[in-house]
Design a protein around this ligand. Structure first.
Ligand SMILES: [Zn+2]
Ligand SMILES: [Zn+2]
Ligand SMILES: [Zn+2]
Length: 168
């Protein structure tokens, strides 16, 4: 018996805190790519799956190692970097500059600026959407006559679990 394919369930909840499964988000990414006429190749999909299954932003070399376990033939760094560029260009993944790592965008089905809170202790990251910050950035950019192409806000600190484990 084969299970029915997982259906994407586009989310319109502005306060969503990630009640989506990795499989559903990957299915959603496939349908977005189909609609846009771009291809989510096997390597691109595997990388997206790995990022969704990871509890922290993953670096390129971590991805290369993980891909070794899923593929008979090794996937070289250039292929991985090109796949990451594609995923970023499609808004499916964000690069977390402060960690030199990558995290999946929680809601690629809607336009938003990604806002990540990243724990410097355990490496966990949480993505939020904050319309007020987005509006403020849009206003600031307009004031400067600046055309934004990418906005990923990163806040680095200590997550609630690590704070609880290590009260000051
Ligand atoms: Zn959601
Ligand atoms: Zn996002
Ligand atoms: Zn932490």
């Amino acid at each position: 018996m084969t299970l029915p394919p997982i259906q994407p369930q586009p989310c319109s909840d502005p306060d969503c805190h990630g009640q989506h499964t990795p499989a559903e988000r990957v299915a959603l990414a496939m349908s977005l790519c189909d609609a846009r006429g771009v291809r989510l190749t096997a390597v691109r999909r595997q990388i997206l799956e790995l990022l969704w299954e990871s509890d922290h932003p993953a670096g390129a070399y971590e991805l290369i190692e993980a891909l070794k376990l899923r593929n008979a033939r090794p996937v070289g760094p250039p292929t991985v970097y090109r796949a990451l560029e594609f995923l970023i260009s499609q808004g499916l993944v964000s690069k977390i500059e402060s960690q030199n790592a990558y995290a999946p965008c929680a809601h690629p089905e809607r336009r938003h600026g990604c806002l990540f809170f990243i724990c410097g202790d355990c490496g966990a990251s949480v993505e939020l959407e904050d319309p007020q910050i987005e509006q403020q950035l849009a206003d600031d950019a307009a004031h400067l006559g600046f055309r934004m192409t990418r906005r990923v806000v990163e806040v680095v600190g200590i997550c609630s679990r690590c704070v609880a484990a290590n009260p000051a």
